[in-house]
Design a protein around this ligand. Structure first.
Ligand SMILES: [Mg+2]
Length: 229
């Protein structure tokens, strides 16, 4: 039934959001005189405002932390504090890739029978090096690093590769990016929630549950594909 099985990368194949969460804890400590809620709210609204300028990923997050610290201190942030924020970002960029449970076995098993793709958004260099460091790259016949995941993004990729949406399955942790747009173009999507999902990604239009499946973890995916096929 499926020709192509595509995976999201961050928080679907490996831990990612946890790195952002840990950095945000350090950022809160740096600005502790302002109270954690104020820091979180200001950073969150700054990030969302900046998405269309800087896109998703660590670089945009660093710039949003700097902007938040300037705003909260009325411009009194010091050079060494800005350096601290840059160092947070550099640590994020070299954080080890920790695969989620069952990922390696499932990806290796499915690559025997299907074309596997990786479709991820974020900073180009960061995503490229993470894929290389994950040790999974050889299992994927196509890697797409995109600035955003809309129905149009998926439709364009499928057209380029002459893949019928009915024979396309996408697996991911974000309803907004991995599930809703794929269902909208007539594909099948499998939602596998991650422990924490950035609130922006949780905000999504309603989608008919007949066209997507929910799994508790990726280890259950081969069985689901056998049942559907
Ligand atoms: Mg993800």
């Amino acid at each position: 039934m499926f020709d192509v099985i595509a995976f999201d990368a961050d928080d679907t194949l490996w831990h990612n959001e946890s790195i952002f969460t840990m950095t945000q804890v350090k950022f809160r400590e740096m600005l502790s005189s302002h109270g954690p809620e104020v820091v979180d709210q200001t950073l969150s609204s700054t990030q969302i405002k900046n998405l269309r300028h800087f896109g998703y990923g660590i670089k945009g997050f660093i710039l949003s932390m700097i902007e938040t610290s300037i705003e909260l201190t009325d411009g009194d942030i010091s050079g060494s504090e800005i350096q601290q924020v840059l160092d947070f970002g550099r640590e994020m960029l070299v954080a080890p890739i920790e695969l989620l449970p069952h990922v390696r076995e499932v990806v290796e098993e499915l690559s025997q029978s299907y074309s596997l793709w990786l479709i991820t958004k974020g900073d180009l260099i960061d995503q490229e090096t993470k894929i290389a460091r994950s040790g999974l790259a050889d299992n994927f016949s196509n890697v797409e690093i995109v600035s955003n995941k809309t129905a149009g993004t998926y439709a364009k990729i499928l057209t380029q590769h002459k893949v019928d949406p009915l024979r396309f399955m996408m697996i991911g942790n974000s309803m907004r990016s991995d599930i809703v747009p794929v269902v909208q173009i007539g594909g099948h999507a499998v939602h596998i929630p991650y422990t924490t999902t950035w609130e922006h990604e949780q905000d999504h239009p309603h989608v008919d549950s007949d066209h997507y499946s929910d799994l508790d973890h990726i280890g259950l995916l081969p069985k689901l594909i056998r049942e559907k096929g």
